[in-house]
Design a protein around this ligand. Sequence first.
Ligand SMILES: [Zn+2]
Length: 447
Amino acid sequence: MKYICLFIISLITISASAQTIVKQDASIKQMVDEVSAKNIETIVRKLVSFKTRHTLSDTVSKTEGVGAARNWIKVEYERYAAASNGRMKVVFDKFVQTKGDRVDKPTPMKNVLAVLKGTDTADKRIYIVSGHYDSRVTDVMNVKDFAPGAVDDASGTAVSMELARVMAKRSFPATIIFMAVVGEEQGLYGSTNVAKRARAEGWQIDAMLNNDIVGNTYGMETGLKDNRSVRVFSEGVPAIETEKEASIRNSVGGENDSPARELARYTKEVAERYVEQLDVKLIYRRDRYLRGGDHTPFSQQGYTAIRITEMNEDFNRQHQDIRKENGVYYGDLPDFADYDYTQKVARMNLAVLANLAIAPARPQNVSIVTSGLTNKTQLKWDAPKGKAPVGYYVLMRETTSPYWEKKFYVTGTNAIIGYSKDNYLFAVQAVDADGHESLPVFPKPVR
Ligand SMILES: [Zn+2]
């Protein structure tokens, strides 16, 4: 959105030629600036030093294999947690994975979670940032050979870890979990365990950001170099939608307004507010073509989740044995990664997480009133639980537009907008006195 403008009661018109106003929260900006490419590189190179982080590799050695890697991640998180006044707790999420296509025997696995407890005890919202710390080479069952996994996905793990370091020192009303999961390459096992556990235990996860492959800026074959763009993948129709919900979605034209799409648009707006030379590309697709990632198990449990990935992938790096063939180097080695780029992606994650964790929760029961035929649009909603918003934005866009185009600021819990619901899409988000916005909620029709 071109305008980021607060406390304007009248209609705000967004146009490409208009002056752009960016209002930043100084405390978020300071955290964004503290995210360090040097620290990220140190984390990635340390993870690479374990030789392999294959999920089924050695767990006894102190220096090599998945066991040494997860122990180091836990100790490192605990070092950051020391600055949190006891609010950040670091835990292994342990489970035994049963035998499967890519798991040859029942295997104990451990995710590493650093949980930064929210300061508002009544606020049950949880935000998750995640990367997978396991790695692989060409043969997915090869547990011995050097599998550096620098970009896939030490880079995403480093995002979780560097954010934990910066954010542990600060407090937020909502809880943030910095996650490093295992078993991704064997079949999304680590993230699936957390997602199922979260659902069983009633965790109120409001958003999950999966960073997987966020450290390369060179596109194989195309030769494209791009350290400015990053892709955000979001599903269109929620994975767990009921037949009735799908029928309503079809009849109101909401195929492009799943909670994940709202999170994706929000990510673009907030990230570009804080991070310079960043172009967030929204890809309206669950993941890359026919491929999957750790956000999907969360979607399947009914949570709002997106995937963040570099713009151009280098397939000479991913899932490759380390070798040189016909003058070409293969393998996911740390010298090929761009740490300034991962810093940018980490800063983007931080801005979004911080803004969400400070903002009020999403408004409830957001609806469009359909009792009378009118060329205007009547919306109503209930205030969110917890921190009271100072007001709300009613967001509006053309049905063909990928992004929200207009914001109407209102202080009550209803609005009549002078544009027809037949011709535009709407959503509502809560906003606090400092301009931190909740995720937008797409309305349901009510009579
Ligand atoms: Zn990966």
